[in-house]
Design a protein. Structure first.
Lengths: 270, 271, 264
């Protein structure tokens, strides 16, 4: 087993490759290269159109230096308000529904049948994207913020329940057992043994989800589910870059403010 | 003090009087805000449609089943495009995110006063705007097509990847960097030997994670005209071809499940 | 060989880690630096190769004055000073061989080092050193698979392959068990003798220092309190170095301040 120095000295040294089997390594490298070439070749780019677009692109970038908040201020204000309303309502309802589902989806709290049902709900909610859900809900409930509100609530459930359930599953068993040992009922047990442990995480995740909901609410308008998206779409269609820039700036500022706020709140609860 | 003396008896309360009042007011404001929001939504809703929703949903369901299976033959190219949008977008985003992350991390930025804020601004602005909006914008600028989708996904992912990566860079073990510096290595050598090996696992994890998300996002980019399977979805919706819609939704669902499985496998192999 | 003149280091927080230290180390001398934690031992060693920038004073390595050097010339001089660290400071995700070869970084171009195409004589030297410390079989293992003692041996190889004239050794045994500590100290001192290297060894363990070195420097509050042969370390001398007050709480702080400063 032991190597003799004299046999090695004078021989070149090479770093042992990450994938030991040579054929597999080359297969992966060539396969990936071939895929990249094929992928790039199948993209049809109309370069003259792109070249023309550069001028518009420049205008758009310049629009950020002089955003136009005023000429469509009515539309912007209404759209923003609707986005915010949808965000708030959907976050409240979504978080409210998420908590019992998260409890049901934690194996150490819930019995097996409940666990399976709740995990199923989470899986469905996570697999379906917001925008697709929104399309279906608009078809069913008609245009307007109700569809957007329902979409965001539904998406919140998948996100929050999953992460919260994982947190409940990884909580400290001893603390919960101590409460149970005192003869607490199930409800009391959750209230005293589980809730204090997962509360900081719940608040942190909720703040994060509010942030996501706001960002998502900005695109739901594209399919008619209410919010600022419709205004933004119109602005792009009419090439009103300065109005579009104004809307984007407002979105960025609100997202930044939300992130800052959630940072403060998370620091305080931890 | 949460303990009160009432008629000679000590009564323990969770919160003292002022504090408990404050809590109640907070709850009241919260409920009022929610009630206002709900009222606004309700005003903007045609409730007649909503009461009719079960019928409509049932109607759509009846028309959408069974899915039009033979339509799958026309979905090959859109699926291929969707995969390309996600993959090429992720690769471009990673190439751009690496320098941004190094400029944004406190321990590697050349200037904390000038360069770092710019890098952070790039991260925040690309991250806060959804890829669909980027697609909308790019279509207005460079015209519809797969290329706009690739660029939209790339831009959106820069901020996401750069943020996670710069956090990883800030968490590296500093003594390893110090040790490489002490050998007389140049700045770039310190980077290649002291920093890169430490962040490589994080980098690979971020890449796969973001690729998974991008597969999801690129399936719907077509709704605004940026190529991929969403284009077929939008076309089918416009002509109310529900059997095609249901097939496309099934395909998208399958793609999402597969990409999640692949990314979980790869992440498992790395870590 | 190495001469320090009125070396001062004051941190931004106002803590004075070194107060005008003068020190002369002749060729081939191995000396131990003892003193309570926070006395400035670690700062002193890092001021020599400028991982920490000294506030004022001079450092002469041979005839070259180090504190005024440009970063390019400083890199050249750093090659002559091998450094061994407390927590080994190996790049954990690289292989043992790559870690050893990283000691040659100052000699090879970026692309050569990036592509791992080191000159054959560097590779041979790396294998010889690994054989010398008994780790030849481990060459292609990843550094984080090794035990503490093995890692420190790799750290020693990395310092020696620089072909240094001076070793700067920062608490080489602090994270090791007593037996391994002795083996590592013995190895360092033997290698210094074989190659005629001078060495400055920071060390907590006074008994261990006395066992191996020719000269002991006692540092307290950034000033030299003792300079003499190991057998002159009497209990009285130790009391003047370490003192009887509770120094632990006040000095921990300074050690932590080292970190951001050393980023260069």
């Amino acid at each position: 087993m032991s190597t003799d120095l004299n046999t090695i000295v004078g021989k070149p040294w090479k770093k042992p490759p990450f994938i030991q089997r040579a054929w597999l390594r080359w297969l992966l490298v060539f396969g990936f290269a071939a895929y990249l070439v094929a992928a790039v070749l199948t993209i049809e780019v109309n370069w003259s159109r792109v070249y023309e677009g550069l001028e518009r692109g420049k205008q758009f970038v310049l629009a950020f230096t002089s955003p136009d908040f005023t000429s469509r201020s009515g539309d912007i204000w209404e759209g923003m308000l609707e986005s915010i309303i949808m965000t708030v309502a959907a976050s409240v309802v979504g978080i409210g529904i998420s908590i019992p589902i998260a409890l049901g989806a934690a194996r150490n709290v819930a019995p097996l049948p409940v666990y399976l049902i709740c995990r199923g709900i989470i899986a469905i909610s996570r697999a379906l994207q917001e925008i697709i859900v929104a399309i279906l809900l608009v078809a069913i409930f008609g245009f307007g913020p109700l569809a957007g509100f329902l979409t965001l609530s539904f998406a919140t459930i998948g996100f929050l329940s999953k992460l919260l359930a994982e947190d409940i599953e990884s909580m400290d068993r001893v603390q919960a057992e101590a409460i149970r040992a005192s003869g607490a009922r199930w409800g009391q047990w959750i209230n005293y043994g589980v809730q204090p442990q997962v509360m900081p995480r719940l608040i942190g995740l909720s703040m994060y989800r509010i942030d996501i909901n706001f960002r998502e609410s900005a695109i739901l308008g594209l399919v008619g589910a209410g919010g600022i998206g419709a205004t933004l779409n119109t602005a792009f269609d009419r090439y009103e870059y300065d109005t579009a820039a104004a809307i984007l700036l407002i979105i960025i500022v609100i997202v930044m403010a939300l992130e800052y706020l959630s940072g403060i709140i998370r620091e305080r609860v931890q | 003090m949460p303990v009160q003396d009432v008629q000679g008896q000590k009564i323990w309360q969770r919160r003292a009087g002022r504090e408990s009042l404050f809590h109640w007011v907070l709850w009241l404001i919260g409920i009022a805000v929610f009630a206002y929001c709900w009222q606004q939504i309700s005003n903007a809703t045609t409730w007649f449609f909503v009461w009719d929703a079960p019928n409509i949903a049932g109607d759509i369901w009846r028309r959408a089943t069974p899915p039009k299976w033979e339509y799958i033959t026309q979905l090959g190219k859109p699926i291929w495009d969707t995969l390309n949008i996600a993959t090429l977008g992720t690769i471009i985003a990673l190439l751009l995110a690496v320098p941004v992350a190094f400029l944004a991390a406190r321990n590697t930025t050349p200037s904390a006063l000038f360069v770092r804020p710019i890098a952070l601004l790039i991260i925040v602005s690309t991250r806060s705007i959804n890829s669909l909006i980027w697609a909308l914008l790019l279509i207005a600028i460079i015209g519809p097509g797969v290329f706009a989708g690739v660029v939209a996904i790339a831009i959106r992912s820069i901020g996401f990847c750069a943020k996670l990566l710069y956090e990883a860079i800030e968490e590296i073990d500093h003594t390893q960097v110090e040790a490489i510096t002490a050998t007389g290595a140049s700045r770039w050598q310190v980077m290649a030997y002291g920093i890169v090996p430490q962040i490589l696992p994080a980098f690979a994890g971020i890449a796969v994670f973001r690729w998974d998300i991008n597969i999801r996002e690129s399936t719907v980019l077509g709704l605004v005209g940026a190529g991929g399977i969403g284009l077929q979805l939008s076309a089918s919706l416009n002509v109310l071809a529900w059997p095609q819609v249901s097939l496309i939704l099934l395909v998208i669902l399958l793609a999402v499940v597969i990409s999640e499985w692949v990314s979980a496998k790869v992440r498992g192999a790395i870590i | 060989m190495l001469r320090l003149e009125k070396l001062v280091k004051t941190y931004k927080t106002g803590d004075q880690a070194l107060k005008a230290v003068d020190l002369d180390v002749p060729d081939g001398q191995v000396l131990a630096l003892i003193g309570p934690s926070g006395a400035g031992k670690s700062t002193l060693i890092r001021c020599i190769n400028r991982l920490v920038e000294p506030t004022s004073g001079n450092v002469y390595l041979g005839d070259v004055e180090l504190t005024g050097l440009s970063s390019g010339n400083l890199r050249k001089e750093r090659r002559r000073m091998g450094m061994i660290f407390q927590e080994y400071a190996l790049v954990e995700r690289l292989s043992v061989m790559e870690n050893v070869l990283s000691g040659r970084l100052g000699y090879v171009s970026f692309w050569r080092s990036f592509l791992r195409k080191y000159p054959q004589k560097d590779v041979d030297e790396a294998f010889r050193l690994l054989d010398r410390v008994g780790l030849l079989d481990m060459a292609d293992k990843r550094a984080d698979e090794l035990s503490g003692g093995q890692r420190q041996r790799v750290g020693i190889c990395r310092a020696l392959i620089q072909d240094p004239a001076l070793l700067l050794v920062d608490e080489p045994t602090a994270s090791l068990d007593p037996k391994t500590s002795r083996q590592i100290m013995r190895l360092i001192c033997e290698l210094c003798k074989e190659r005629g290297l001078a060495a400055i060894i920071n060390i907590h363990d006074v008994a261990l220092a006395q066992m191996f070195v020719q000269r002991v420097i006692g540092l307290r509050f950034g000033a030299i309190e003792f300079d003499g042969p190991p057998d002159a370390l009497t209990p009285e001398v130790l009391t003047t170095i370490y003192g009887e007050e509770d120094w632990e709480a006040t000095i921990e702080k300074i050690d932590e301040d080292d970190e951001p400063e050393a980023a260069e």
